[in-house]
Ligand binder design. Sequence first.
Ligand code: GLC
Length: 440
Amino acid sequence: MENKNIAERTERTRWFTEARFGMFIHWGLYAIPARGEWVRSTERMSHEDYLPYFNEFDAAGYRPREWARLAKKAGMKYAVLTAKHHDGFCLWDTKLTDFKAPNTPAGRDLVQEYLDAFRAEGIRVGLYFSIIDWRHPDFPHFRDRQHPHRDDPDYGNENRDFNRYLEFMHGQIRELLTQYGKLDIMWFDFSYGDMAGEKWRASDLMKMVRSLQPHLIVDNRLEGSGENSGTILTANPSGYAGDFACPEQMIPPQGIRNDMGEPVPWEACITLNNHWGYCAADHHWKPADMVIRMLVECVSKNGNLLLNVGPDAKGRIPPSSVEILEALGRWMEDNGGSIYGCGMADLAKPEWGRFTQRGNILYAHLYEPQAGGVCLSHLAGRIEKMRLLADGSEILPANYWNLAEYREHAFFFLNPQSFDNYPLPDPVDTVVEITLKQEP
Ligand code: GLC
């Protein structure tokens, strides 16, 4: 009998596994030092040294509607914005701390504007919430794994009241769940060592989440992190195992299944350069071609791609990121049908690229030009019709003399006049839509 948590998870994540493609947005004070969102930790920066950025943060170029239009153009169906990252800076008008955007020169609630903009573009909205808070006095400092003062005995933990921190943390999450309308995703980050599960009072937290926004989906980092997925990989996930796993900066080789072999919803979160938060010196941008194939790979393994942008100190998405996302959008305009609502095909990965599938519609993603016919292994007799997805042009099955000894397979030529498949119409990924005969 299917575990109740799994049955409910499947229902809750139906839109998510259809959407397949989202925008991650890491933006906050750390965009001013512009050395990544962990700058306080990596540079062991005191709160006092970090405060000038708070006093300077003006969001002068923050136009979330432009962000939303770019996401839409790229074919993204949902977005997740860092409402609060590990530094404890809150982009919304929380009543539980002064360390928030309305108290900076920005002078306003930046989360509300993000939600309004993305909803206006018909994009589902999520918030990232760091369960770690390096700013809060009751969060462990000395000897913590990554706190900016982890090496500083002057920041001992004797007088820190972790329960008081949990009241604060749960209270902030309640604010987000009750004051900003219907949210689609809450993206918690992250657990480590004994700072996991009930240490966060995760059962109480999830009871609150499920009662306030029962449709909301949650990642698995109340238990896990990018290093371990937690009980979502088991047949009996805990009440706070989350609705999807979130491998980080990698795509799982076989996708993700639980220990019963059942598919687990998952989303690979990946940066466009090598930083989540804005890093001025990091020009190591993934080319659009690579990003297209990352997205196809995720979907071919029943997963989603959450692709990150790190806006700069003013709130502008870096031009290099814009260029990549616009190129992605051009490919998605022609080929989005092979992504949305698709997943793993029940076929072996072909030598020349990948498959994605939705019902009886199989998509062949051709990466490599083929000297002869493109081989569709063991699909002889199973194909009703084939079309080039981009322009809808007919592709005929090939039954030529040189294929006579391989009749168990199906073949096609993109260029039937020249019996070949080069050059590919789209050298990055030429997609052929194959309608399979419905099994009797
Ligand atoms: C890791 C990073 C964090 C980032 C997250 C995104 O947890 O530490 O900075 O927000 O990955 O998945």
